[in-house]
Design a binder for this molecule. Structure first.
Ligand SMILES: Nc1ncnc2c1ncn2[C@@H]1O[C@H](COP(=O)(O)OP(=O)(O)OP(=O)(O)O)[C@@H](O)[C@H]1O
Ligand SMILES: [Mg+2]
Length: 261
C-alpha cells in the first residue's frame, strides 16, 4: 500500500471569465521513505498539488489516499490525527511563522497543540529537535527574524518533524538559500529520511537539486503530467518536450549528489 496515492486529481480556477485547469487529471503515488519530486515550469500546477495534498484547498475531482484513509473524506479528530502525519515546509519561513515569535515558541506550538509532550517535558523536546536539525540549543530565545535564512529553514524542518510525520511536503523549500546552505539543508533532509523513513513530496524548479535528492520525478506541464519515472533517468534523458526544454534551460547539472556518498 502506498503512503500517498493521488488519483485523477483536478482543480481549476476561474479568472477573468476564463477557466484555468491548474491541475488536470493528475495521478501519482509516494511510497514510505521515498522522495518524489514535482517539477515543471512556473504555473504548471506544482503548488496547487501541494495545497490539495495538504487540504488547504479542495479538488474539483479526484481522490487522495493517505496512510490507507480516504483523506478527502476525513473530518474532525480523524483529520487532526492524520494532519500530524503530513507536514509542510515552504519557501519562506518568515511568511509561515510570526517573525517576532521565538524559536522556542515556534517549536513549542506543535508539541503543545498535538499533545506530544507535557509542559515539563517540552523544553527537553525542543532541545532535542534543535539538535536533530543541527542548530545550537541557545537559539531558543532568538526571534525568527533574528536568525539567518538557513537557520530559519532548519527551524521549519524541526517544526515539521516535531509531530513525527510520515510525509513532508516541501514547496521550493531550499530555493531561496544560497548554494552552500542549500547543500547542507539537503544533506539534513537526506539524513532525516534515512533515519526516520520520512517520505518527501519535493517541489522544485531546480533539476540539479531534484537529481540530488529525489528517487522519482513527476514532470508537469500545464497542470498535466508530461513525463514521470526514475529521477536521474528522466533528468539525464527526458523524453517529453517540456523535459527537454527544462534540461536545456538548466544550468550545468552536478553529476554527483549526496546520494552517491
Ligand atoms: N488562487 C488562484 N487563483 C487563480 N489562479 C490560480 C490560483 N492559484 C494558482 N492559480 C493558477 O493555477 C496555475 C498553477 O499555479 P501553481 O501556483 O500551482 O503553479 P506552480 O507550478 O507552483 O508555479 P511556480 O513554479 O511559479 O510556483 C497557474 O496558471 C496559476 O496562475
Ligand atoms: Mg509554486
Amino acid at each position: 500500500m502506498s503512503l500517498l496515492a493521488i488519483s485523477n486529481l483536478s482543480r481549476s480556477y476561474r479568472r477573468g471569465g476564463k477557466t484555468i485547469a491548474a491541475v488536470d487529471d493528475v495521478s501519482f503515488h509516494i511510497e514510505p521513505g521515498e522522495t518524489l519530486a514535482l517539477a515543471g515550469p512556473s504555473g504548471s500546477g506544482k503548488s496547487t498539488i501541494a495545497r490539495l495534498v495538504l487540504r488547504l484547498i479542495e479538488p474539483d475531482a479526484g481522490r487522495i489516499e493517505f496512510e490507507g484513509s480516504n483523506f478527502l473524506a476525513l473530518e474532525g479528530s480523524a483529520l487532526r490525527a492524520h494532519r500530524t502525519r503530513l507536514q509542510m515546509v515552504f519557501q519562506d519561513p518568515l511568511a509561515a511563522f510570526n517573525p517576532r515569535a521565538t524559536v522556542a515558541r515556534v517549536l513549542d506550538d506543535p508539541l503543545r497543540i498535538h499533545g506530544i509532550a507535557s509542559r515539563s517535558e517540552r523544553p527537553r523536546s525542543i532541545a532535542a529537535l534543535l539538535e536533530r536539525v543541527g542548530l545550537p540549543a541557545d537559539l531558543t530565545a532568538r526571534a525568527i527574524h533574528e536568525i539567518s535564512g538557513g537557520q530559519r529553514q532548519r527551524v521549519a524542518i524541526a517544526r515539521a518533524i516535531a509531530t513525527k510525520p510520515s510525509l513532508i511536503v516541501l514547496d521550493e523549500a531550499v530555493s531561496a538559500l544560497d548554494v552552500s546552505v542549500r547543500g547542507q539543508v539537503l544533506e539534513l533532509l537526506l539524513d532525516l529520511q534515512r533515519q526516520e523513513r520520512i517520505a518527501y513530496l519535493f517541489i522544485s524548479h531546480d533539476l540539479g537539486v531534484v537529481r540530488a535528492i529525489a528517487h522519482r520525478i513527476v514532470l508537469l506541464d500545464g497542470g498535466r503530467i508530461a513525463e514521470s519515472g526514475d529521477a536521474r533517468a528522466v533528468i539525464d534523458a527526458p523524453q517529453s518536450a517540456i523535459g527537454k526544454a527544462l534540461l536545456a534551460a538548466a544550468p550545468r547539472l552536478h553529476r554527483t549528489s549526496p546520494q552517491d556518498t
